[in-house]
Design a protein around this ligand. Sequence first.
Ligand SMILES: C[S@@+](CC[C@H](N)C(=O)[O-])C[C@H]1O[C@@H](n2cnc3c(N)ncnc32)[C@H](O)[C@@H]1O
Length: 196
Amino acid sequence: MHLQSGHGLDDVALVQAGAKSVVGIDYSQVAVRAAQRHADELGVACRYVAAAVPAVPLASASADLVYTGKGALVWMADLAGWAREVARLLRPSGHLFVYEAHPAVVLWTWDEDRPRIREDRDYFARDHVNDTFPARGAVERQWTLGEIVTTVAAAGMEILHLSEYPEPFWRSGGVAAAAWSGRLPNSFALLARRAQ
Ligand SMILES: C[S@@+](CC[C@H](N)C(=O)[O-])C[C@H]1O[C@@H](n2cnc3c(N)ncnc32)[C@H](O)[C@@H]1O
């Protein structure tokens, strides 16, 4: 199950990696229709449902794996509600995998000569206004890494793995930010398992 599945390209990869089938959830009808058309054209076992996370209209314990990320958690106003919904959707011992922008990326400038910290951002702020393509103008939620890990654990999932990476999950075309050159965290991966 892919929460906030967007264009669904990762779902094709999940099937190619061995998933029997993938259900993608996104509240954008446009994204859901495009992802379904794409999957059908490729003949991969992906099905898309239009719904607003964390209210997912699917049965409890119906997912072996819940995957989300690449710009998903910034849209969650209630992280505890999101984590409880993930735990509800997972079968006992099912896994949650999150691959997401590192919460610190809001601080990095896109200067190309050297990395700098933005004067107008705060790691511990509750939100900020995105001022870069493609989400320019959107108010994005901020969750610290500690909040994400603790919220997942509090919802009844055991943290199995947490890694931070220097590579961003996405690079704006034509930008070669020094903050992406390897010295700073730009993404993270978290693997957790629902209790029995
Ligand atoms: C940056 S995209 C990431 C999509 C996908 N994970 C990927 O890697 O391509 C964020 C997606 O979250 C969806 N979204 C935002 N808030 C949502 C919500 N509350 N419920 C469902 N989808 C939501 C948007 O429509 C968008 O497709």
